[in-house]
Design a protein. Structure first.
Length: 235
């Protein structure tokens, strides 16, 4: 994709009426968005809050994949410290195939210390957990067997029976409202998305565009199948 494109960023918040009706209305919205030409639909992950009526993005996106044919779908973001990386590798592969290769893979560590704390995690440790989990997931999606030894995760020669449809893996997205996180995402070639208004987001865009080209040959760079990473703004 080049130029300006329009997408939907969503969190499924509590409304009056049956929960099943809420899901059905959202799926109908997705069908309408696809017909209108929106390029992708990204779903937030929240816990223990009225914003979190879809705390498992994978479950809702699996349903969305069966109701649509062209629009890209993805979490924005999977909160990696809350997952078993090995299990999430399987979910990613399943979703990529169920959607016919339309999965976008948004990853992050979570912005709410309360929601992370409800899971019994120390928010001060989630950054290193996130970075390790991402390494595990990329390794698992690109290898026939997974071996990894880190501070938080260890795997020894685990067979990777599933592989994603998109190779080497679905495009990676990173969402942040922290300007200090932009160099990390830019150096790795990840799609970036953040909050508006436009004037407040300008420093994010400028920093990303200044840093990203300097890391074209960086061995830590991700998204090798992405020519020019996209920069998104929520409006």
């Amino acid at each position: 994709m080049t130029g300006v494109a329009f997408a939907l960023f969503d969190w499924i918040d509590r409304r009056q009426g049956p929960l099943g009706q809420l899901y059905e209305e959202r799926l109908q919205l997705l069908e309408a968005a696809e017909a209108a030409g929106f390029v992708c639909y990204h779903l937030a992950e929240h816990y223990a809050t009225p914003l979190g009526m879809a705390p498992s993005p994978s479950v809702f996106l699996a349903a969305a994949a069966q109701r649509t044919r062209r629009i890209r779908l993805g979490p924005l973001v999977y909160l990696l410290p809350l997952y078993s990386p090995l299990r999430l590798i399987g979910e990613i592969c399943m979703l990529d195939h169920l959607s016919g290769g339309r999965l976008d893979l948004g990853v992050g560590r979570g912005v709410s210390p309360y929601e992370v704390g409800y899971h019994g995690l120390d928010p001060a440790r989630t950054r290193s957990m996130f970075q390790e989990a991402l390494e595990v997931i990329v390794a698992g999606l690109t290898s026939e067997r997974l071996t990894y030894r880190g501070e938080h995760y260890r795997y020894d020669d685990v067979p990777m029976e599933l592989a994603p449809l998109q190779r080497p893996y679905p495009p990676l997205w990173y969402a942040t409202s922290n300007l200090d996180s932009v160099p990390w995402a830019a150096a790795r070639g990840m799609h970036l998305v953040g909050l508006g208004p436009a004037e407040a987001y300008r420093p994010f865009v400028e920093k990303y565009r200044a840093i990203s080209p300097k890391h074209q040959d960086d061995p830590r760079r991700l998204n090798p199948h992405v020519g020019v990473p996209r920069i998104g703004i929520n409006r």
